[in-house]
Design a protein around this ligand. Structure first.
Ligand code: COA
Length: 178
């Protein structure tokens, strides 16, 4: 009689995918803002290239990095300990004379709808106040409904509809008093 050999080696299991650490209850105190360090620039570029509206336009991470390198003095990154959770850009001048300009705001996709965007926006508003501005303006694609809802929730109103020089598409010009 032949004995069936029983394999004693333990079953190979796939290691669990590490989950994101739970967000702290007090996000406001936990998220710290700063100018981006050199090593943050590729993360910020990856965030932009992977998010609407740039993703839909087919912007590569390299193109995002080029654009953000020019904007670097105006970028503020938000970090939870060492994890970069999003960024916002605030320039002193933009399409509305006398108003600061918020060109980009992006939250890491897996952390959206948890209040991080509003923290970044409030920080951007403080940066604009520090520039002695009384109004902040931005342009948004009306098809980007999450962003339009987000800006409305933050108190922005549409002041004009403009045609983008770059794409020829309509954009909402929104602003808010500070
Ligand atoms: C827009 C964006 C920055 C919002 O960040 P967020 O961290 O998800 O926003 P918050 O959690 O602070 O949301 C605040 C409020 O905005 C509104 N809002 C945010 N995302 C929304 C969505 N997807 N749909 C509808 N309303 C939304 C809600 O009123 C929300 O409050 P609630 O969650 O209590 O309902 C984020 O969706 C993002 O990074 N999008 C991709 C990049 C982009 O489009 N940027 C804007 C153009 S530059």
């Amino acid at each position: 009689m032949t004995m069936k050999r029983v394999d004693q080696t333990p079953e190979k299991t796939t290691p669990p995918v590490p989950e994101l650490a739970p967000l702290p209850n007090d996000l406001t105190a936990a998220v710290k803002f700063s100018l981006p360090a050199d090593e943050d620039m590729s993360t910020v570029a990856g965030l932009r290239a992977g998010s609407e509206p740039w993703k839909g336009r087919g912007e590569s991470a390299e193109e995002s990095l080029q654009a953000l390198t020019k904007l670097r003095p105006f970028i503020q990154v938000g970090k939870l300990q060492t994890q970069l959770v999003g960024y916002v850009t605030v320039e002193r001048d933009g399409p509305v004379p006398g108003a600061a300009y918020m060109r980009n705001i992006v939250v890491k996709p897996e952390l959206r709808r948890k209040g991080v965007g509003m923290l970044l926006l409030n920080h951007g508003i403080q940066v604009a106040r520090d520039m002695h501005r009384k109004t902040v303006a931005l342009r948004v694609d009306p098809a980007n409904s999450p962003a339009v809802s987000f800006y409305r929730k933050a108190g922005f109103t549409t002041v004009a509809t403009v045609v983008s020089k770059k794409s020829g598409k309509l954009r909402l010009l929104m602003s808010r008093e500070l």
